[in-house]
Design a protein around this ligand. Structure first.
Ligand SMILES: CC(=O)SCCNC(=O)CCNC(=O)[C@H](O)C(C)(C)COP(=O)(O)OP(=O)(O)OC[C@H]1O[C@@H](n2cnc3c(N)ncnc32)[C@H](O)[C@@H]1OP(=O)(O)O
Ligand SMILES: O=C([O-])CC(=O)C(=O)O
Length: 374
C-alpha cells in the first residue's frame, strides 16, 4: 500500500506563508505589531495610531495622524439603505449576523468594490473601520427600542463608539480601557478569521467578500465568540465560591471552558496581563469586586485542574459587560477592532498572491460504478 502523507489536523503547527504585519512568539510570550510590542502600543498609542501602523507599516507623525483621523471621522455615518436592511433583520438574529449583513450591503453598494488597487482597498478599509461602530451601536440600540445616535466628529474612535452606544459622554478611564481592548484585539497573525480572509482574497475576490467571510469565522465560540461565552459561564457560575464546583462538573462533562487555552500560546496569552489590568481598573470604576473575585476563582481553579491559562477573551468579556454592552455584542466589538488586522492581511495577500488550495487525502469508498439500468 502506498505510504499515506502526514495530515496536520487544523493545520496545527504548519507555517503557510510569510507576514510582515505581526509576530506572535509563544516562547517569549510576546506579540509585535510591525515590530512594536503590543503592550507598548497599549500604553502609549491610540487605536487610530495602531490602525495606521497596521495598514501603512509605520506609526503616523502628527500631520499624518491628523489627516487620518479627519478621514476616519468623515466616514462614520450610515447610509439609509444599511439602516433599512438592518431594520428588516429579526431581533432573533445574532448581532454578528447583523454586522456580517451590513458589511455585505456596504460592499454590494460600493461602486469601488471590484477595484483591488492598494489605494481603493485602503479607502474601503478606513470606511469599514469608521462605520462599524455605527452599525454595532445601531443594532444594540434597536434591540432596546432606542433611536440611532449620530456619530460625533469631535471624539476619537473609542469615545465616539461609547457615545453612539450609550448616549452619554464617556469617562476617560472607560474610554482608555475600551481603547486598550481595541488595540489588543486588532491583529494576531494567521488566526482562523484572518486566514479565512486570506483564503478568500487568494481567489481574487474583493475586500468586502473577504471581510464578510472573516466575520463568519470569528463568530464561532472557539475563536471570537469566546468573549461572549465567558459571560454566559460567569452567569452560570454565579459567584466566586461556586467556581470550583462548577468547573469540576463542567470538566467531568468534557466541556471546553471558554476563554481558556490557545492554539499558539501554550503558556498564557501575551495580551492577557494588559487586558487584566484594564479589567481591574473597570472593576474599581464600576465598584464590582465580586466580578473580579469570580474571574480569579475560575482562573485559579482552571490552572489547578488543567494547567490551562486564559486567553484575551477571558478578561475582555467582563470589561465589555461592565461598560454596559449586551453580551451578544461582544464579538462584534472584536470585529470593530480586527477589521484593521484583517484588511492589512487582505492587502498583504493581494500583493503577493498564490491561490490557497491545500490537498486532502481521500479515505472514502473505493472506486465503484453506477449500475447500468434496464
Ligand atoms: C481571541 C481568540 O480567538 S483566543 C481563543 C478563544 N477560544 C476559546 O477560548 C475556546 C476555548 N478554548 C479551546 O477550545 C482551545 O483551547 C482552542 C480551540 C482555543 C485551542 O485549541 P487547540 O490548539 O486545538 O488545542 P486542543 O483543543 O487540542 O487542546 C489541547 C488539550 O487541552 C484541552 N483544552 C484546551 N483548551 C481547553 C479549554 N478551554 N477547556 C478545557 N480543555 C481545554 C483539550 O481538551 C485538549 O485536551 P486532551 O489533550 O486531553 O484532548
Ligand atoms: O490567534 C488565534 O488563533 C486566535 C487569537 O488569539 C486571535 O485571533 O486574536
Amino acid at each position: 500500500m502506498a505510504e499515506q502523507p502526514e495530515i496536520f489536523k487544523g493545520l496545527a503547527g504548519v507555517p503557510v506563508d510569510y507576514t510582515a504585519i505581526s509576530k506572535v512568539n509563544p516562547e517569549s510570550n510576546s506579540l509585535l505589531y510591525r515590530g512594536y510590542p503590543v503592550q507598548e502600543l497599549a500604553a502609549s498609542a491610540t487605536f487610530e495610531e495602531v490602525a495606521y501602523l497596521l495598514w501603512y507599516g509605520e506609526l503616523p507623525d502628527d500631520v499624518q495622524l491628523a489627516a487620518f483621523e479627519e478621514r476616519e471621522r468623515s466616514f462614520r455615518g450610515l447610509d439609509h439603505e444599511v439602516k433599512r436592511i438592518v431594520d428588516e433583520l429579526p431581533l432573533t438574529a445574532h448581532p454578528m449576523d447583523v454586522v456580517r449583513t451590513a458589511v455585505s450591503v456596504i460592499g454590494a453598494s460600493d461602486p469601488a468594490t471590484p477595484d483591488d488597487s492598494v489605494e481603493a482597498n485602503l479607502d474601503k478599509s478606513i470606511r469599514l473601520l469608521a462605520k462599524l461602530p455605527s452599525i454595532i451601536s445601531y443594532d444594540q440600540r434597536r434591540r432596546h427600542e432606542l433611536e440611532f445616535i449620530e456619530p460625533r466628529d469631535d471624539l476619537g474612535f473609542s469615545a465616539n463608539f461609547l457615545w453612539q452606544t450609550f448616549g452619554e459622554a464617556p469617562e476617560l478611564a472607560v474610554v482608555n480601557a475600551f481603547d486598550v481592548s481595541m488595540i489588543l484585539y486588532a491583529e494576531h497573525s494567521f488566526n482562523a478569521s484572518t486566514f479565512t480572509a486570506r483564503v478568500i482574497t487568494s481567489t481574487l475576490a474583493d475586500l468586502y467578500s473577504a471581510v464578510t467571510g472573516a466575520i463568519g469565522a470569528l463568530k464561532g465560540a472557539l475563536h471570537g465568540g469566546a468573549n461572549e461565552a465567558v459571560m454566559h459561564t460567569f452567569a452560570e457560575i454565579g459567584s466566586a465560591d461556586a467556581a470550583e464546583g462548577w468547573l469540576d462538573a463542567a470538566l467531568a462533562e468534557k466541556r471546553k471552558i471558554m476563554g481558556f487555552g490557545h492554539r499558539v500560546y501554550k503558556n498564557g496569552d501575551s495580551r492577557v496581563p494588559t487586558m487584566r489590568d484594564a479589567l481591574e481598573r473597570m472593576v474599581e470604576h464600576y465598584e464590582r469586586p465580586d466580578l473580579l473575585e469570580l474571574y480569579l476563582a475560575l482562573e485559579t481553579a482552571m490552572a489547578e485542574r488543567k494547567g490551562i491559562k486564559p486567553n484575551l477573551d477571558y478578561p475582555a468579556g467582563p470589561v465589555y459587560h461592565l461598560m454596559g454592552f449586551d453580551t451578544p455584542t461582544f464579538t462584534p466589538l472584536f470585529v470593530a477592532s480586527r477589521i484593521t488586522g484583517w484588511t492589512a492581511h487582505i492587502m498583504e495577500q493581494a500583493a503577493s498572491n498564490a491561490l490557497i488550495r491545500p490537498l486532502s487525502v481521500y479515505r472514502g469508498v473505493d472506486e465503484r460504478h453506477v449500475p447500468v439500468k434496464g
